[in-house]
Design a protein around this ligand. Structure first.
Ligand code: ADP
Length: 881
């Protein structure tokens, strides 16, 4: 440029009248007062023309240029003039030129030096920027790790001031995502970094991004201006600089060096930290694994990783001898040879045991791996003790399993799956003892051929369900080498590969012939018993302790007037009276595992029948703890027998009454005689007129007493003759004695037999039927009377008394009639046994009495005692008062 000026000035000075090319720069023709006469040159079109007429050159200039043009034009001559003109474009036109003299006045020749100036400014800015960049980088490099964040904040503040921004923030990309490192401002305008992160990933990493172009991003920033400067390391953006609240966007060329100055030291430190962390992790990992590196120069000592050396109890540079001595003697030679081969170029790869002080503990194993690289061997050592221990355990477990399989009574087999079929691949050694098939035999290859013809469908179904469901459990018969069949229980499972495709079947054959045959025998026996139970005429049932039926056969159902299948759940107790049910449950309560049996005659009130008497035998079934679970019972209908017994009893009663008839007639005659005498005497007195009121009153009371006596007797006979009640009732034992005495007393007296009655102090209640016990006592007294009448010796007496012993009451009937022939003592209770002449004795008295007493739960015992016989009725006491 200066060359151009000089040439131009040189030419100008030579000629008085300038002949300038009008196409260059700007020319202003001025008069002596610096008024502009004319404008020429291409730049003139840019000028903002003043509005006043006869404007001076000053009116064309920016105010700061007025100072340059002080005085008259003549004063400005001979020096370069830098003038800034106002333009229509808004910015100044920077020019440099000179004032020249010409004929009419002055010519101001000017050139545009805008570019020249800008280049200067830019140069200055570049320098300042480089300085700033150096300072930024230096600040971050110089500060300690702990001050890094603070220092970064300071530098970001400098940057914010430099670019006239409100806030600047630095985001670093790490493996875990974007991390905000620091901000120039504690109050960063957008708290929610996380919403910016997706943008940071998606934005192009080329040039500065202006958020005004991306309304959505701008919205995130609350409408503040934002531009983002990327810093690439390799292909990807490593750092984003977020600049908020600025009005001008820095160019990429401006922004990059500054960002680089910040990012480089940060990334370097970041990488260094990562490396350090990785190294620490590696060390820790090596320590945990018991692993470490080793190096062995061909001509030099072995070098060990310090951690590993400490772990092995060796120096970091052990001698070959030290290294070998550390190994188990059994492995030393092996190690030496392998090392030799490695030196010759072969790979080193072997497992070694260490020599341990404690020979009892499990040995420590090392895996020694290495390779010749250049002129030194390099590799690593790894502690594999845990693996070796597992290997040994697995080996031992496998050996045990194999032993178990070989000695198992079951045959273990494997069948391989191929193209939809299963092919035998392995049988355990127990195949031979079980089926006698050699492992390579045809049958072992195709077991299906040995399946019993009847079981072939089972075999085919087994294979099908195995492939479909993955497992199967079934039984079938297999033929052994000698042609006999064995029942085998087959349990098999299909194993599949990772894709779910079948690979093989692992299964087990267990010889269950004995169990199956036993089960079959049990089934047949059960069938026989079932038939027995169902066809039995006896009632058979099972019921729970609450009397609900579990099962009942047809005879039971027939008695209960329903179908056998309706019996389950029916409660037996519903047909019993309260006292019967209570007695029944009490009897069940006495069953124990040691004494599980009990029997009784039970009375049921069945629909449509008066009463049913069943002879019932129970057997209790108990669990392990002795709890009664269920009762099996067998019953027989005893109603007919009962009815006959009752009829017999009634007959016997009637017979007794008949027998007593003579005595009774006498008994009734007595009051009649008394009454007749009283009536006769009274009539006589009336005829004599001597019957006064007192006399008559006395006689009538006597007659009334005799009527009552006769009526009582007749009533008692009536009651005695009535049929017994079905249910037993409690009654006073002595009242039966009194009843019997009432009927017999007079008859005995008339025959000269004395009745000695000892009236007891206490009243003892027994359970049963009073008329029946009365009949027993009548029988005993009548027998005693008969014995006495046959004797005709001295005083004949019959004594009756009661005795209470613990829970029992005894009624004794004694006589002095000479007793019973000891040879007959055993037979007197037999029915129809009598020593009395035909037509007198029936031989039923004692047998019936025995039955009655037994039904009441008591005993009737006869013995000779003193001068006669003694019959004792012993009964259980119901209650005393
Ligand atoms: P019956 O009185 O009709 O003979 P029982 O059964 O009552 O029938 O008696 C059977 C037998 O027992 C009698 O025939 C008699 O020989 C004997 N007997 C019963 N009681 C006595 C007694 N008190 N003293 C002697 N013998 C007796």
């Amino acid at each position: 440029m200066s060359g151009l000026f000089d040439r131009w000035r040189g030419g100008q000075l030579a000629t008085h009248e300038p002949s300038l090319p009008q196409a260059v720069g700007l020319q202003l023709w001025l008069d002596e007062q610096a008024r502009v006469l004319r404008l020429s040159g291409p730049l003139r079109t840019l000028l903002a023309l003043p509005t006043q007429r006869e404007a001076r050159v000053h009116d064309y200039l920016e105010p700061h240029s007025w100072l340059v043009l002080e005085g008259e034009p003549g004063d400005w001559q001979g020096q370069p003039l830098d003038l800034d003109f106002r333009t229509v474009l808004g910015h100044a036109l920077n020019t440099r030129g000179w004032l020249l003299r010409h004929a009419e006045g002055w010519l101001l020749q000017l050139f545009d030096i805008g570019d020249l100036l800008r280049a200067g400014v830019q140069g200055g800015q570049l320098q300042a920027q480089q300085l700033l960049a150096t300072q930024l980088g230096q600040a971050l490099r110089d500060c300690g790790e702990e001050r890094l964040c603070e220092a970064l904040g300071e530098q970001l503040r400098r940057l914010a001031t430099h670019w006239r921004l409100e806030a600047v923030r630095l985001m670093l990309h790490e493996a875990s995502g974007w991390r905000s490192l620091a901000s120039s401002d504690d109050e960063w305008p957008w708290a929610e970094d996380a919403r910016l992160h997706p943008w940071l990933v998606s934005l192009p990493g080329e040039g500065v991004v202006d958020a005004r172009q991306l309304p959505e991003l701008l919205a995130l920033c609350g409408g503040l201006s934002l531009f983002l400067v990327p810093y690439l390391h390799g292909q990807a953006v490593q750092v984003w600089l977020l600049c908020a609240g600025g009005s001008t966007l820095p160019t990429a060329e401006e922004a990059q060096p500054l960002l680089q100055a910040l990012a480089e030291p940060l990334l370097a430190r970041h990488r260094q930290r990562q490396l350090l962390r990785q190294a620490r992790h590696l060390d820790e990992l090596q320590r945990q694994l018991g692993a470490g590196w080793w190096e062995w120069p061909l001509h030099g000592p072995l070098q060990l990783d310090p951690t590993l050396a400490a772990n092995l109890g060796l120096p970091c540079q052990p001698s070959t001898e030290q290294w070998l001595e550390r190994l188990h003697p059994a492995d030393r030679e092996n190690a030496q040879m392998a090392l030799q081969q490695a030196r010759e170029g072969q790979g080193l790869n072997l497992s070694l045991r260490l020599l341990e002080d404690d020979s009892l503990g499990a040995p420590r194993w090392l895996h020694w791996v290495g390779q010749l690289q250049g002129c030194q061997l390099r590799g690593f050592l790894l502690d594999i003790s845990a693996l070796k221990a597992q290997e040994q355990q697995a080996g031992a477990a496998r050996a045990r399993l194999e032993n178990l399989i070989a000695s198992s009574p079951a045959v273990i087999y494997i069948q391989r799956y191929a193209e939809g079929a299963l092919h035998s691949e392995f049988f355990s050694a127990s195949l031979m003892p079980l089926l006698g098939w050699p492992a390579e035999s045809e049958l072992a290859r195709q077991p299906g051929l040995a399946v019993h013809p009847d079981d072939r469908p089972l075999w085919l179904a087994r294979t099908r369900s195995l492939l479909r469901d993955g497992q199967v459990r079934c039984r079938y018969r297999l033929r052994d080498q000698r042609g006999g069949y064995h029942w085998v229980l087959d349990e098999a499972r299909l194993l599949r590969n990772d894709l779910g495709q079948p690979v093989e079947v692992v299964g087990l054959w267990l010889d269950v012939s004995e169990a199956t045959e036993a089960a079959e025998r049990v089934r047949q026996s059960e069938e026989r018993y079932r038939v027995l139970v169902e066809d039995s005429p006896a009632m058979i049932c099972r019921y729970r302790p609450d009397l609900s039926l579990v099962f009942g056969n047809r005879p039971l159902a027939d008695h209960l007037e329903c179908q056998p299948e309706q019996l389950a759940g029916v409660n037996l107790g519903q047909w019993m009276s309260d006292s019967q049910r209570e007695a029944f449950l009490q009897r069940l309560a006495t069953l124990t595992p040691e004494h599980p049996l009990s029997s009784a005659e039970i009375c049921l009130d069945l629909p449509g029948r008066e009463h049913a008497w069943w002879v019932w035998a129970d057997r209790g079934l108990f669990d392990d703890e002795g709890r009664l679970l269920e009762i099996q019972a067998v019953g027989r209908d005893n109603t007919e027998v009962r009815r006959s017994q009752r009829q017999l009893l009634q007959g016997a009663k009637m017979a007794t009454l008949g027998e007593l008839a003579t005595g009774l007639v006498h008994e009734i005659n007595q009051p009649l005689n008394v009454m007749r005498m009283a009536v006769a005497n009274t009539l006589k007195r009336l005829e004599n007129g001597a019957a006064d009121v007192d006399y008559l009153n006395d006689k009538l009371h006597r007659i009334e007493a005799q009527v009552e006596r006769a009526a009582r007797l007749v009533e008692h006979m009536r009651v005695f003759g009535r049929r017994s009640e079905v249910e037993r009732q409690p009654f006073a034992a002595w009242s039966a004695v009194q009843g019997a005495v009432a009927l017999l007393d007079e008859g005995l007296r008339s025959k000269g037999v004395t009745l000695r009655i000892e009236v007891p102090q206490e009243t003892v209640l027994v359970l049963g039927h009073q008329d029946q016990l009365e009949q027993v006592l009548i029988n005993l007294v009548v027998n005693a009377r008969d014995a006495l009448l046959g004797q005709a010796l001295g005083e004949a007496w019959i004594a009756v008394h009661q005795q209470v012993e613990e829970e029992q009451v005894c009624l004794r009937v004694e006589d002095n009639g000479g007793g019973i022939d000891p040879r007959l003592l055993e037979r007197i209770f037999e029915p129809f046994f009598t020593t009395k002449p035909a037509g007198v004795g029936t031989g039923l008295g004692l047998s019936v009495s025995h039955g009655i007493v037994e039904a009441m739960g008591g005993r009737l015992v006869a013995e000779n005692f003193g001068a006669g016989a003694c019959f004792t009725v012993t009964l259980p006491v119901y209650s005393t008062s």
